[in-house]
Design a protein around this ligand. Sequence first.
Ligand SMILES: NC(=O)c1ccc[n+]([C@@H]2O[C@H](COP(=O)([O-])OP(=O)(O)OC[C@H]3O[C@@H](n4cnc5c(N)ncnc54)[C@H](OP(=O)(O)O)[C@@H]3O)[C@@H](O)[C@H]2O)c1
Length: 176
Amino acid sequence: MSNYENKVAFISGANRGIGFETAKKLGELGMTVVLGARDVTKGKAAASELVSNGINAEAIYYDANDSASANNVYVYLDKHYGKLDILVNNAGVNHEQLMGKNNSSSVSQDALQNTFQTNLFAVIELTQKLLPLISKVPEGRIVNLSSILASLTLHSMPNSPIDPAKAFAYNASKTA
Ligand SMILES: NC(=O)c1ccc[n+]([C@@H]2O[C@H](COP(=O)([O-])OP(=O)(O)OC[C@H]3O[C@@H](n4cnc5c(N)ncnc54)[C@H](OP(=O)(O)O)[C@@H]3O)[C@@H](O)[C@H]2O)c1
C-alpha cells in the first residue's frame, strides 16, 4: 500500500478544468478523491470518468454561493471518512474580460460581489468548516488556487506580460 491510499482529498469545482485534473492526479496516486460540484450531475459524470480509470472517486454537491453546502460537505466527509487529508480550494470565477475595460473605474458591483463571494469569502468559509477534519490528520494540507494575475508587483510593472490584464474583480479577489 502506498502512503496515499488511506488519504482523502476534497477538491471544490472539480467537475472540469484544473479541479478535475487535480482530482485525477491525486486519484492516480491512490488517494480517495471527493469532487465538489455545484451541478451534481456534472460532478457525478466527472467522478464516473475517474472511477472508470481505476480511481476511487465520488462527487457531492458544493456551491460557493450556498453557505449551507459548505456545512453539508463537512457533515458528509465526517460521516464517511472522519477526517480530511487535503482540501483544494479550486472553484473560482472570472466574470470579466481579461483584456477588457473592467478596471476599478468601471467594474460592476455585481461582478465584484459574485467574484469575491466565490473566490474569497467561500474559500474562507469552507476552510473554516473543514478545519476540524483536517486537524485530525498529522500532515493535513490546504491548497488555495491563486493566479499570476494576483501579483501587485507584476501589475505595477509597465512591461509586465500581465499589464493589459486588468480584470479588477478577479485580480483583486485572487490577491486577497
Ligand atoms: N486557467 C488558468 O489559467 C488559471 C490560472 C491561475 C489560476 N486559476 C484558478 O484555478 C482555478 C480553476 O481554474 P480553471 O481554469 O480550471 O477554471 P474553470 O475551467 O472555469 O473551472 C472552474 C470550476 O469552478 C467551478 N465553480 C465556479 N463557480 C462555482 C461555485 N459558485 N461553486 C462551486 N463551483 C464553482 C466550475 O463549476 P461549473 O462547471 O459548474 O461552472 C468549475 O468546475 C480557479 O480558482 C482559477 O481562478 C486558473
